[in-house]
Design a binder for this molecule. Structure first.
Ligand code: GSH
Length: 290
């Protein structure tokens, strides 16, 4: 392979993307007019059952499990491989064109919230749950929440992209990101050696943000990279992953807006608590090929 010499000014090669990145553009904004649907609940979520999407549906299901009825929500599906994130309605809610995005319609004016960390914080503060009110525990929870936001692009956009999706296997890139992701797993492993959860004794939005990514990674479920990264060696991450996976709200949250896997685990849209029993793909239709 000949060495790439960057030109003086970068230009957009429209055929360059791979996988979902084939839809990437160097410009923001909507590509087409499309309104978003609005359901009957106070919270309207526009998302997909990827790890970033799961963070929010896990929190919503946890809040509902506590009996907080104000957390009732409609979860609408945004198919990012089909470009739904570039529809005008979605861009008005998230100018960054990425799921998840939330509209909180419980007050006099709708409030839009984008970026999963901001959504978790908005909901945890609104309902006074899964985030310590003050003191060192709150600082710790927020630190780990923002650790996840800053760290995961190295896992997804870095390792995941170059190990699993890029059309060429570049040793330099894979090596760089494998090193960083293993370091991140070690950061988590050391923290979880002495603490049940990331913020300490309590299960918080920091765990909900981190588990869908690093828990899935620990079980070899993302990018097929489990063996490559020797994930079984991170014993405390494994313990924490298993512990959180057992929570009924986590099991439900993982199903919402999911379009791959066992049909009984796919609830494409969620508009009612009863949908988990009656609206999964094994009951209403054929699973999609993704
Ligand atoms: N930092 C963002 C990341 C969101 C994100 O990367 N979402 C992905 C799916 S997991 C997406 O919508 N990708 C569509 C695209 O890039 O066009 C967050 O935490 O909300």
């Amino acid at each position: 392979m000949s060495e790439y010499v960057p030109p003086k000014v970068w230009t957009w090669r429209k055929d360059a993307g791979a996988g979902v990145t084939r839809l990437n553009r160097p410009i923001a904004g909507a590509t087409h007019e499309k309104d978003l649907p609005v359901g009957r609940h106070p919270l309207q979520l526009y998302s997909l059952g990827t790890p970033n999407g799961q963070k929010v549906t896990i929190l919503l299901e946890e809040l509902l499990a506590l009996g907080i009825t104000g957390a009732e929500y409609d979860a609408w599906i945004i198919r990012i491989t089909e470009g739904d994130q570039f529809g005008s309605g979605f861009v008005a809610v998230n100018p960054n064109s990425k799921i998840p995005a939330l509209v909180d319609r419980s007050g006099p004016e709708p409030i839009r919230v984008f970026e999963s960390g901001a959504i978790l914080l908005h909901l945890a503060e609104k309902f006074g749950a899964f985030l310590p009110q003050d003191g060192p525990a709150r600082a710790e929870a927020l630190s780990w929440l923002f650790w996840q936001m800053g760290s995961t692009p190295y896992l997804g956009g870095g390792l995941g992209h170059f190990y699993a999706y890029a059309p060429v296997k570049l040793e330099y890139a894979i090596d760089r990101y494998a090193m960083e992701v293993k370091r991140q797993l070690d950061v988590l492993d050391r923290r979880l050696a002495d603490n049940e959860y990331l913020a300490g004794n309590d299960y918080t939005i920091a765990d909900m943000a981190t588990w869908p990514w690093y828990g899935a990674l620990a079980k070899g479920l993302v990018y097929g990279a489990g063996e490559f990264l020797a994930v079984q060696d991170y014993k405390n991450v494994q313990r924490w992953t298993d512990q959180i996976a057992k929570r009924p709200a986590v099991k439900r949250g993982r199903m919402v807006n999911r379009i791959s896997g066992d049909p009984s685990s796919q609830l494409h849209e969620r508009h009612d608590a009863g949908d988990f029993d009656t609206q999964t793909q094994d009951k209403i239709g054929e699973p999609e090929k993704t």
